[in-house]
Design a protein. Structure first.
Length: 83
């Protein structure tokens, strides 16, 4: 499931939470429920905004490197980079 950051202006907190792409959280109470955190003194109906974020970047492989082994093990000679 994708991860999103939401910001609450009422308490100036940013919370990261995972949910379906089709789901949108609009209140602090919804966000706290989804993130399994305590709401504290912030009203449950306080509005939250989903922040824009870029795609996750997975580093460690270049276009010239062989992909990791499909078997989950290491390639003979270590050509896959897994050890």
């Amino acid at each position: 499931m994708p991860t999103y950051d939401y910001f609450c202006e009422t308490n100036s907190r940013t919370v990261e939470v995972s949910h379906k792409m089709s789901e949108l959280l609009s209140t602090w109470g919804e966000l706290c429920d989804k993130a399994s955190i305590e709401p504290g003194d912030t009203p449950l109906d306080a509005p939250v905004k989903k922040l824009l974020s870029g795609p996750a970047v997975i580093s460690g492989a270049s276009r010239n490197e062989a992909p990791p082994c499909a078997s989950g093990g290491c390639c003979p000679g270590g050509s896959c980079g897994l050890e």
